[in-house]
Every structure is written in C-alpha cells, then in structure tokens.
Design a binder for this molecule. Structure first.
Ligand code: PEP
Ligand code: MN
Length: 337
C-alpha cells in the first residue's frame, strides 16, 4: 500500500503520517519527488487502521500495491533510480557499457582487454573470477587472484569493476577488490545468496534466471533491497525457449515491461543471450532502442583460445566498431555516450 501526499505537502504532515504508520509496527519507505511525496508501507496491513490515515493533513489518497515486490516497485518510487558504481553511474540519460572477458585468465590478458575496452568507451570492466560452469571439468576461475587482477586493471585504466559471486565466501573476497557484484542467471533464485548480496554494501547486478518470469525476477531484486541495499541493476540475458539457433532468446520486451513496473535500471547482455559474436551487434542496438540503460558485452583478445564463452566474445576490432555504431542510437534515445 502507498500513501500519496498532496502536492507540496508540509514536511510536518509527512512526518506525522510516517510516525502513525511506524507506531503500528509497519515499515515506511519515503519517496520524495519534485512535487509529490509517496510513502510506501511494508508489513502486515491488517495492523493499520487506514480509515484514520485518510483524514491526516495533506494526505491525498491511499493506493493498494497488489504486487508482492514493494521496494522494487515503481509505485513505491516513481522516479528512476540511478546506481553509482565506482566512478560511474547507471541510470537514465546515459549509456553504461560493461565489457571484458567471460573469465579472468591471466593478468596480462586482463590488462590488454581493459586497455582496449576503455579506449572504445566502456566504463565498467567485467571479468569472471568464480565461474559457474555447466560442466565441473570446465575452467572454474582464478578466484581471489582473479579479483586482484580486476582491481589492478580497473585502477590502471580508470574503469569501475564487476565480478560474479557464487557464495558468501566469494562476496567476502569481492568486497575487497571490486566495485559491483553480479548474481548470475543460475543463482537468481538463490535466496540466501541474494540476502548476502544485499548485506554486502556493494551495488548488485542481478541477471535474469534462465527460466524466470519478470515477476520472479523482481521478487529476487526485492530480496536484495529488503536487506537495506537499494543499489540493484537488472540485466536481461536471455531466457530458455524452444529456439536453438541462439544460445538463449533475448527477451527485449522485458525492458519496456520493467520500465512500467520498476524504478531500477535495466541493462541487456547480447553476448550470453545469443551465444554468437555475429548477433551481438544487432541485439545491442535493439536493446538500446528498447530503452536499456546499459549493455554487458564479452570481449576477448583472442576469442578462439578463450577459456570460456569464446564463440560469443567480440574481438577488439569488432567491439570498437560496435561502440562507434552505437553512438547515434544512444543519442537518439537521449542518452549520453
Ligand atoms: C557471465 O556473465 O559470465 C555469466 C555466466 O552470465 P549468466 O549468469 O547470464 O549466464
Ligand atoms: Mn560468459
């Protein structure tokens, strides 16, 4: 349920509504727009006599929120949220490119890739140090050593950094080295991990689960925010369908649907969704046109020899071409890039 205050409601009126709700043992969530203030209510509504609330000074109306996610809900927070990651920001008006290898392989490899992606306009360096691979015999990542290389490469080129975490132990290591953590598709409904990510204090990129509905995805975001961490960015990375021509199916319509339902930033991953470097560029452009706030793109110095996801990784040349072609799309969408 949300309480919508009258335009330009007095601060004392907002204060008394907040204390009335909190006195009844419920939590409040304040969203102060330019003119209108909205108070979101979380908790057992049966404890709250709303008939008294409507007669409070400057209360305009009370609207029920039927969705199970509240803090991630646009009704609670109509203004779009911007999430700060290191020296950059993900949100409306800009285009954030996260780029880098699927997995951190060597220090030299990462430095070379970081230099190239920075030159072509990326602002966040991605690289996996804990790899949730389909086969237990595939390369599993360099773990803490990989995180250390991420930190060094980020510092050297002025890039913010993001790394996937798969356990509490990985989160504890990641907070020492990187600016943002990623919850991968396979862990989107690992509720214990989501809570731990919420308590990490770092911004979180939450990828959509392989078979998750948008509603389930937003509830996963709610788990993180409910721990006191509002810095969540959603990443559409393709879902499983009957189609086998691509690795997954990039659900581009999720972007405008999410725009209606949540205030959180949304980015797209044309690499994991298509599984082939040939489709990355057209789907990246389509995602920008659909309203994405950013893109996650895998880039490798030598895709043919990559330890993971080589077939979908862009070479430096292809990445450079893509970012230069993306510029007019971003400007058309009113985004700086
Ligand atoms: C990744 O970003 O390297 C990754 C494994 O992504 P996803 O969880 O989307 O498969
Ligand atoms: Mn990958």
């Amino acid at each position: 349920m949300i309480v919508i205050m009258k335009p330009n409601a007095a601060p004392q009126s907002v204060e008394s509504v907040l204390s009335y709700i909190e006195r009844h043992g419920l939590q409040t969530h304040l969203s102060q727009g330019e003119e209108v203030t909205i108070i979101g209510i979380v908790g057992d509504k049966t404890k709250l006599p709303t008939e008294n609330l409507v007669s409070y000074k400057d209360v305009d109306r009370i609207v029920p929120v039927t969705e199970s996610y509240k803090l991630a809900n646009k009704k609670f927070h109509p203004e779009p949220t911007s999430v700060t990651v290191g020296n950059t920001r993900i949100g409306p008006d800009s285009m954030t490119i996260m780029a880098g290898p699927c997995a951190v392989e060597t220090e030299e490899q990462l430095i070379n890739i970081a230099r190239a992606v920075k030159k072509s306009g990326a602002s966040i360096l991605r690289g996996g140090a804990y790899k949730p691979r389909t086969s237990p015999y595939s390369f599993q990542g360099l773990e803490e050593e990989g995180l250390r290389y991420m930190q060094e490469a980020g510092k050297e080129f002025g890039l913010a950094t993001i790394c996937e975490v798969v356990s509490q132990e990985a989160i504890e290591a990641a907070v020492k080295y990187v600016d943002m953590i990623q919850i991968g598709a396979r862990n989107m409904q690992n509720f214990i991990l989501l809570k731990e990510a919420g308590r990490s204090g770092l911004p979180v990129l939450l990828k959509r689960g392989l078979c998750a509905t948008i509603d389930e995805w937003l509830n996963a975001a709610e788990y993180i925010i409910a721990e006191g961490n509002p810095n969540v960015v959603l990443c559409e990375r393709g879902i499983r369908t009957y189609e086998t021509a691509t690795r997954n199916t990039l659900d581009l319509s999720a972007i405008p649907v999410l725009r209606e339902r949540t205030h959180l930033p949304v980015i797209a991953d044309p690499s994991h969704s298509t599984g082939s470097y040939r489709y990355v560029s057209p789907m990246a452009k389509a995602a920008v046109a659909a309203g994405a706030d950013g893109l996650m793109i895998e880039v490798h110095d030598n895709p043919a020899c990559a330890l993971s996801d080589g077939p979908q990784s862009l070479t430096f040349g292809k990445f450079e071409k893509l970012t230069s072609e993306l510029k007019p799309f971003c400007h058309l969408m009113g985004r700086e890039f």
